[in-house]
Design a binder for this molecule. Structure first.
Ligand SMILES: NC(=O)c1ccc[n+]([C@@H]2O[C@H](COP(=O)([O-])OP(=O)(O)OC[C@H]3O[C@@H](n4cnc5c(N)ncnc54)[C@H](O)[C@@H]3O)[C@@H](O)[C@H]2O)c1
Length: 437
């Protein structure tokens, strides 16, 4: 139906431009609609290079598509992909139930119910069991449909079922959505290794790195290696409470496999949560981890009562260090990926509103340690900036490259209470970006 509507819209557009030469413009509307339908279906379903070259819209014709018609086509290709391919329905499991895990449970719970031709409608959500006022969190979620600890005030769809046993939660799943603080990833992988479907695949929403001997690892690679399955990522300017309130935002899916990217777009995309898909998955993920370090720096300048100009400088220098770090450790990054939601937009959002910014400010205004502040400010949640800064520091030190990313290094020292936060500004003033070429 979507294809028909979109194709009809494009048909009208093309017919309205009969003065221009087009092999479509002279066709009757019904033939045009059917031709366009073929183009959409064949080129996006088969994925073969022959069909692509046969059916690609000639550029001047595609120039005639309005932005909304083009967007409509993009959505059509995704929404119809599984219908046409008659793929079996996929079962989803969310591993994690914190602030972001619960917000994503709301989006995906609604999507699988609305896209029931592509997904099984029940979603298991693995919940690390806790007792609140004498009641188990899983029982509270399954009766009130609200995660009162990590996302209070937001109703979760009733098809999202809290399960305290991770092996039971994941056993039948085709798509494993990893969304828990990164320190728990390896333990979870160990518990479910060999007990999940062999053809399942994963998507990681986790921001952080893993350090290994002689290097730094992306968590998607950790998941992939531990479980022997493919792992894509989803990252973006997505502060959980805003997403849960359905305030519009964008997100980026990084998937090396195009088909996986399309399935994931079907799972996550909503009118208030627009997802784009890129193949440069490593850059998407690394940006998601590194921006938390910059956010601590942004909070430090807030604590020092500097203004918006200083904060903008932190964002810019932070982005330069992100590009530098990714260039050193994850070869092949595309510059355009830094301008996706997972890059620039996430950096801006986190440096203004996230919990790591709050931490930076508190590091200036109090003498407390990071663990003390975590306990005081976050009520069971965790800061991702300090562990990521530590991992980044250790690998840079090992490679004798501390001077390449001085802001990341300073944030680590300030989080460790080994550097006075007030010295952060002189670091900005003397950043290598300001040295004469
Ligand atoms: N919150 C956001 O706005 C947001 C947005 C985008 C991405 N993220 C990323 O998503 C990931 C998860 O963050 P979150 O905000 O959902 O988590 P959170 O910090 O809100 O919650 C902590 C979670 O860890 C669980 N937990 C505690 N101890 C555990 C253990 N021993 N084993 C397993 N689980 C345990 C808790 O039950 C809870 O679900 C992080 O990497 C974060 O950077 C968060």
């Amino acid at each position: 139906m979507y294809v028909t509507v979109a194709a009809a819209a494009v048909g009208l557009l093309l017919q309205a431009t009969t003065k221009r030469r087009s092999r479509f413009a002279s066709l009757p509307n019904n033939v045009l609609v059917s031709r366009l339908k073929d183009i959409v279906c064949s080129s996006w379903v088969s994925g073969s290079s022959t069909s692509k070259s046969n059916y690609r819209l000639p550029c001047w014709e595609s120039r005639h598509l309005t932005t909304s018609a083009r967007r409509s086509f993009c959505l059509n290709r995704v929404h119809n992909y599984n219908n046409i391919a008659m793929a079996p329905k996929k079962r989803v499991c969310i591993i994690g139930s914190g602030n972001w895990g619960s917000a994503i449970a709301k989006i995906t719970g609604n999507n699988v119910r609305d896209r029931s031709n592509q997904f099984e409608s029940r979603i298991n959500m693995y919940v690390y069991e806790e007792v609140l006022d004498g009641k188990k969190l899983t029982e509270i979620i399954n009766t009130t449909h609200e995660n009162i600890k990590y996302l209070p005030g937001i109703k979760l769809p009733e098809n999202v079922v809290a399960v305290p046993d991770v092996v039971e939660a994941t056993a039948d799943a085709d798509i494993l959505v990893f969304v828990l603080p990164h320190q728990f990833v390896k333990g979870i992988c160990k518990s479910i290794k060999g007990k999940i479907k062999p053809d399942a695949f994963a998507v990681s929403l986790i921001k952080g790195f893993d350090t290994c001997e002689g290097g730094i690892k992306l968590l998607s690679d950790v998941i992939s290696e531990h479980l022997g399955i493919e792992c894509a990522v989803l990252m973006g300017a997505n502060l959980a409470h805003e997403v849960a309130s359905e305030a519009f935002c964008e997100s980026t899916i990084g998937a090396k496999n195009k088909e996986t990217g399309m399935v994931l777009k079907n799972l996550f995309d909503a009118d208030y949560f627009r997802c784009s898909v890129v193949s440069d998955a490593h850059t998407v993920e690394a940006c998601g981890a590194l921006k938390n370090v910059v956010a601590v720096g942004s909070g430090i300048t807030d604590g020092l009562n500097m203004g918006d100009n200083t904060k903008a400088a932190v964002l810019r220098l932070g982005m330069m260090e992100m590009i530098e770090f990714i260039d050193i450790f994850f070869k092949g990054a595309k510059l355009r990926t830094f301008f996706e939601s997972s890059g620039l937009a996430d950096l801006v959002a986190t440096c203004h509103g996230g919990r790591n910014r709050k931490l930076g400010e508190a590091l200036v205004k109090t003498n407390k340690t990071v663990p003390e502040l975590e306990k005081e400010i976050l009520n069971g949640q965790s800061f991702q900036g300090p562990p990521t800064a530590k991992e980044v520091y250790e690998i840079l030190k090992e490679k004798d490259m501390l001077d390449r990313c001085p802001m990341f290094v300073a944030v680590h020292h300030i989080c460790q209470r080994k550097m006075e936060p007030s010295k952060f500004i002189s670091l900005l003033k003397n950043h290598p970006e300001h040295k004469a070429n």
